[in-house]
Design a protein around this ligand. Structure first.
Ligand code: ZN
Length: 331
């Protein structure tokens, strides 16, 4: 089989669905990439690194068929395209129709992602005619237009998100909103406050809110800042703080930090990271805030100082711990 007939990645993970933990299949399809990437892209997104401009309809259909054969029977399928499933330049409508029909016939709940500009009454109507058991994820990232414009370069506004969200609410389609924690140019404390406010705003329209702490991806502005010692991914203490504080009004809140515990992902000192990551996983699967445990660790004091002092330091505090770890490796 040719390389472009394989998805970028396939795996299974656990998902909380209707109060039960079930197996979910995850497929990342190789497409021509996100339309917004081709006009600049978001500051933290490196997902189009592997996107092939030449991916054609047949390839997407073959990739999907290969993926469902590999995954086998699951009640829930998450289909990622690194862009927008509803963008017909990225996923031609006949390929999208094939996928929607397959999931409808096999009774699988289908999650896919889209930027809000592709969630239009006409396109949503076409999709729902083929499959009503869908969930659409939109990366809102921040409910603050200044953060969207100057930190993320998202290319849409909060009002654009709201229009799509309200249309989905009207049509009875479940919305999953992605909320970013710590885009660049925010202090740690500003980032925590922004995520809490965004989760609370997104909860009004969403069935599920997913908190995504920024991780440093290849080829991004965030990576350049990180290499220049001008950016540190969020502390896991910040992730815990956001999850504990945000009021979701009974809506599901989940978090699975990509690269958690590593230098490029949300991390603490290295000693307490894994206990905290396990507690975040347990919370996401149970929605029980008492599971969000945090062991006593010396690094909590450093985090508290960063939360207090970051705003007084030009450009924010740099990652001193990373500097000394790097020094230890080279000497
Ligand atoms: Zn620690």
């Amino acid at each position: 089989m040719r390389q472009d007939e394989w998805p970028i990645s396939i795996w299974k993970e656990k998902e909380l669905l209707d109060g039960k933990v079930v197996d979910a299949g995850v497929v990342i399809l190789q497409t021509s990439g996100c339309s917004h990437f081709h006009s600049g892209g978001c500051s933290m997104c490196g997902y189009n690194y592997g996107a092939s401009e030449s991916a054609k309809r047949t390839d997407i259909v073959k990739q999907f068929d290969t993926a469902v054969r590999q995954i086998g029977e699951v009640p829930f399928l998450k289909l990622y395209t690194s862009g927008s499933f509803l963008d017909e330049c990225e996923v031609p409508s006949d390929a999208a129709d094939h996928i929607l029909r397959h999931c409808s016939d096999s009774g699988v709940r289908l999650l896919f992602e889209s930027r809000p500009e592709y969630v239009t009454p006409g396109r949503l109507g076409n999709v729902l005619a083929l499959n009503e058991k869908i969930e659409i994820a939109i990366g809102l990232e921040s409910a603050n237009d200044r953060v969207l414009k100057y930190s993320v370069n998202k290319g849409f506004t909060v009002a654009d998100y709201q229009r799509a969200a309200e249309l989905m609410n009207d049509r009875g389609v479940d919305l999953r909103s992605y909320v970013l924690l710590k885009p660049p140019f925010l202090t740690e404390a500003e980032a925590v406050a922004d995520s809490i406010a965004t989760i609370e705003h997104a909860s009004k329209f969403s069935a599920t809110v997913s908190l995504n702490p920024v991780n440093v991806q290849k080829g991004t502005l965030v990576e350049k800042l990180w290499r220049d010692w001008a950016y540190r991914p969020p502390w896991l203490w910040s992730v815990l703080n956001v999850l504990k504080t945000a009021d979701t009004n009974g809506k599901k809140l989940v978090c699975d930090p990509t690269g958690g515990g590593k230098e490029r992902g949300a991390h603490n000192c290295g000693d307490c990271d894994h206990v905290i990551l396990d507690s975040i996983k347990a919370y996401s699967m149970s929605q029980d805030k008492s599971r969000l445990g945090s062991p006593e660790c010396r690094c909590a004091e450093i985090w508290k100082s960063v939360m207090d002092l970051d705003g007084f330091v030009m450009g924010g505090t740099c990652d001193i711990q990373r500097h000394f770890r790097a020094k230890g490796r080279t000497s």
